[in-house]
Design a protein around this ligand. Structure first.
Ligand code: AFP
Length: 343
């Protein structure tokens, strides 16, 4: 995207500084934090792109806090992001999918707390399919002189000051919001800079793609089974049947949903009674972004962003995407899940 006044491209760095200048009282700390994440993203992107040739592919041999096997690139991404955040001493604490408890950084008086999923969709690494990094930024809850604890970090998604993701796909892009719309930047590898590609992305109000792991169909609630059957019915007037698309990397599935519209679902099931995806570093940040783009994100009943967390690694079901699609699935859940309870 080209700056209309100067007729030249805008880099992530320039964009962040321009945005900061619109707020005369801003300290520049949040801007610095976003730039730090941008830098770590470039380093991770470089490593992801040459993963096959540097023998970095494969398992690390350990499991993370969720019992999932850890890939070498998961650990690399975790380390890069945490050390980038440590550098500018604005962040006091990181909570990451790869670490059991909170990670205290050098400046325990820093005012920001950052949640990270350093490499989401990592089971796709070895097969060259898109993966991503997700971040969510909060102000610490308690005073800067108090001992840091998990309690500082347990805040609803409504309290996020910024959130975003980096998608390592056919190109590497970074999307983020500070609550004033969604901006997307694409990495130009020839100059090593993220270039603004869209500064106010809007999700279509309705879309014709549904995205869910249908292999789990038999363990879903009745409402979701009925909704997916509804998506498959032929009805040209409402553009059905919808297309099914499922990558298995939430960042990639949600990014497609942001651009083309539709719905991404990871429900509760008999296998995962509270859903599989993590509230604090997967669902909250992506829900903040999708809402800022004009979409919706619910856990089946209420807004994801309104959930009061009781643990840093907690899970939640999620139904996220275009407003009309989310409202439609909600209708089905209300009607049929309710009937099943009363049967
Ligand atoms: P991995 O990071 O272990 O690959 O998990 C990816 C993920 O957390 C999310 O990105 C996907 O949407 C979801 O899990 C896929 O889960 P299923 O394999 O159960 O469909």
């Amino acid at each position: 995207m080209v700056d209309r006044k100067t007729n030249r491209v805008i880099t992530l760095e320039e964009y962040i500084i321009q945005a900061q200048n619109k707020f005369p009282g801003a300290t520049g700390e949040l801007s610095q934090l976003l730039r730090d994440i941008g830098l770590a993203a470039k380093i991770i992107s470089r490593e992801v792109n040459k993963a096959g040739i540097t023998n970095i592919l494969g398992e690390d041999g350990t499991t993370n806090v969720h019992g999932e096997s850890v890939k070498k690139l998961d650990l690399f991404a975790d380390k890069q992001l945490i050390s980038a955040l440590n550098r500018s001493e604005i962040t006091c604490m990181v909570i990451s999918e790869e670490n059991d408890g909170i990670v205290e950084l050098d400046n325990d008086g820093g005012k920001y707390i950052v949640y990270l999923d350093p490499l989401d969709g990592s089971s796709n690494i070895d097969v060259n399919v898109s993966i991503g990094s997700i971040f969510s930024i909060y102000m610490r809850k308690n005073s800067e002189t108090e001992q840091l604890s998990e309690d500082d970090a347990l805040q609803s998604g409504l309290k996020q000051v910024a959130a975003g993701y980096v998608l390592y796909g056919s190109s590497t892009l970074m999307a983020y919001t500070t609550g004033l719309g969604v901006s997307v930047f694409t990495l130009d590898p020839s100059i090593g800079e993220f270039i603004l590609s869209d500064d106010d992305v809007k999700i279509p109000d309705h879309g014709t793609i549904y995205s869910v792991n249908e292999g789990s169909y038999h363990s879903w609630d009745e409402g979701l089974k009925k909704y997916v059957k509804y998506c498959q019915v032929e009805d040209p007037e409402s553009s059905r049947p919808y297309k099914a698309r499922y990558i298995g990397s939430m960042v990639a599935d949600v990014h497609r949903t942001l651009i083309t519209g539709g719905i991404f679902i990871y429900p509760n099931s008999s296998q995962y009674p509270n859903g599989k995806l993590r509230l604090m570093y997967e669902c909250n940040p992506l829900s903040f972004l999708i809402e800022q783009a004009g979409g919706m994100a619910i856990d089946g009943e209420g807004r994801i962003l309104e959930i009061e967390p009781d643990s840093i690694h907690q899970r939640t079901p999620i139904f996220i995407g275009s407003k009309q699609n989310v409202l439609k699935v909600k209708e089905f859940l209300e009607e049929y899940n309710h009937q099943a309870i009363n049967a």
